[in-house]
Each structure stands twice: as structure tokens, then as C-alpha cells.
Design a protein around this ligand. Sequence first.
Ligand code: KG4
Ligand code: ZN
Length: 377
Amino acid sequence: MTFATLINTATPESATLTVLGIESSCDDTAASVVRHAPPAAPKIVSSVVWGQTELHAGFGGVVPEIAARAHAEKLDLAVEGALAQAGVTLADLDAVAVTAGPGLIGGVLSGVMLARGLAAATGLPLLGVNHLAGHALTPRLTDEIPFPYLMLLVSGGHCQFLLVKAADSFTRLGGTIDDAPGEAFDKVAKLLALPQPGGPSVEAAAQGGDSARFALPRPLLDRPGCDMSFSGLKTAVLRTRDALVAEHGGLRRQDRADLCASFQAAVADLLAGKARRALALYMDLNPAQPTLAVAGGVAANLTLRGVLQKAAHDAGAQFLAPPLALCTDNAAMIAWAGIEQIRAGKIEAQDFVARPRWPLDTKAKPLLGSGKKGAKA
Ligand code: KG4
Ligand code: ZN
């Protein structure tokens, strides 16, 4: 069944769909082809992800102008690469799906302009996808789990608990009011002169450390609700570091390890504590196959994964962490979110604009703060 027929079909569930996804909202230039031929599982036929870490390395964060220029230079090559890897041409596609926000607007525009050009030249339908929906729908691409499920998005730019009820229905149960956890890991690494990105280096340094040596705060943990805060924790690490330096004239290896372990334990307590609350709200819905899924680079952290897994099991839910390459930014999730949109009959989405901010849950109150990689929600 072609997409044109699909538009007039009341039940588009069974059509075979091949969609090109394009992602450029932050510092990864990505393109991917995903095919779904029910009842077979969806297949990522190709996925190209080109990071820009080295371009921004000297600036202590992503520089929006540099990111936008790099996307504009490389996006068409990424698309060519994804089509070649998949062994398809534009004629084999049913639609083009592109991240239309939220994110750094220059990068988002680069992707949207390329996608619009492709759609205009080929006559293919164009779908504007919310980047966060891409992350949030990934467990359905990887594991075909049913709605509703609970999603914790934890990366350098995002931190929120989402109740995913349908491809276009998300309820935010809580989120960070300041830094994202990945951002906190990166800042702590910087404070302790550890390499970037901070997450893996803090995790490695924490391995030989005593997590009970420094009593760091657990902001908002004693407050009701699922909102989180990480910036006070980072400040507490700074004060502890300064006290150690004043005492010993520098940071000893063991001090650094103990401080990393103490910081990681605090993040673990915060995420696990709030996850338990979010799980309680979610389990009240009596989901058929209760699941807590994670996405985002921070989900790579084994200590954090361990406590989240325990929280899920204690609540009677399964814990799902998609492969890391699909937890971090990629275009397969955008292609998949496009397929979900088509299946849900949301094909009028062609008339979209690029948006720096685009909350998934439009009814939730805006959260404060905006991560180094752009707006959180
Ligand atoms: O999802 P991601 O690749 O990019 C965006 O933020 O969009 O996440 C990157 C973040 C960085 O802040 C990085 O320090 C953090 O994820 N991260 C980790 C670990 N690996 C990456 N944080 C904690 N532990 C890790 N093992
Ligand atoms: Zn992301």
C-alpha cells in the first residue's frame, strides 16, 4: 500500500512503511532509514550519526552557530549515506520525517530545510517530529512494548519522567527545574579536572571511591512530586573540592575518587527516589505490561541503571534500556516517530514550523532552566 492510499485509509496499521529520518537538533548530524512491515518487527535498515564533539571541545559546551553550520555542511551527505547503506533510493520511501524541535534552532532549521527540499523535489509527504517524542517512542522501535509505559529521559539536555499513553499523548510527571543530570556529570568532571564528556570519566573515577565519605545534598528528594534539581549538588561538589584543596594543597587521587562516588550516589538516590514516585503513579493505571524505560546518554551509567532497575522491579515493572546508540541522539528514532505518526493518522503534520521549545506535554507547567544543549522541554 502506498502512502497516498494510506492517507485515505481508516486503518493504516498494516501498511508497509519505509521512512527516512533526519536529526540535527543538537550536536549530532544523523539520518536513518527505518522500515516497518507488520507483523514483522520494525527494522533499522540504516543509521548514520556524525557527532560534533571535537568541533565544540574548546568551548566548554555546544556552540549553536558552529553546530548549525556543521549540520548544514554535512546533512545531505548523511542522508546520502543512510540511503546508500540501506540500499534504497528516494523512490523507495513512503515519507520523510525530520526533527522540528525542540533544540538549537539553527540546527533544527538546517534539517527542516533539507527535508522540505527533499519533499518538494520528490513529492514525498513530510512529517515534523518532536525530538523528545523520538526518544520517548524508542522502546516501541526496539522492543515493541504496548502503551502505556513510563519513560525516564536522562541526558545532557533532558531530564523528565513521561507517561507515554499513545504516540501523540504524553504526560510529564516531573522533570528537572535546573540542570540535566548529564550536564551535572559534565560540570563535576570539569571541577575535578577529569576529561569530557564527564559522565564516563566520573563513573570510572568513582569505581575506587567511597560513596559515603562526603555527605552531599539530595535536593528536592524530601519534597512531594517527581520534579528534580541537580545544580545544588554541583555547587556542593565545588565547595567540597575547594575545602580539600585548602586542606591538602591539591586533590589527591583518593579524594577525587571518593568525591565522584559520593556525587554519583547522590544522583542515584535522586533518580531512584523520584522514579519510585513516578512508578507509583504509573502503576495506578494498571498497565498490561508495566515497563520503566530509559533513554539518554546518562542511562549508560551502571550505578544509575542498577538503582532504576531495582526501583522498577520493586514496583512490579520491567526495566528496559535500549542499546546505547538508540538511547543517545540518532535519526532512527525520528524515522520511527514518523511511522508512529502515520499509523496514528496524524499525517496532517506536514504543515509545521521549526521550534526551539516544544513541550511534549502541553498541559504541564513549563519547567525552569534550559540545558547547555538547548531547551529541556
Ligand atoms: O543523550 P546524550 O548522548 O546527548 C544529549 O545530551 O543530547 O547524553 C550525553 C550526556 C553527557 O552529559 C554525558 O556526560 C552523559 O550523557 N553520560 C553519562 C555517562 N555516559 C554519558 N553520564 C553518566 N554516566 C555515564 N556513564
Ligand atoms: Zn536528545
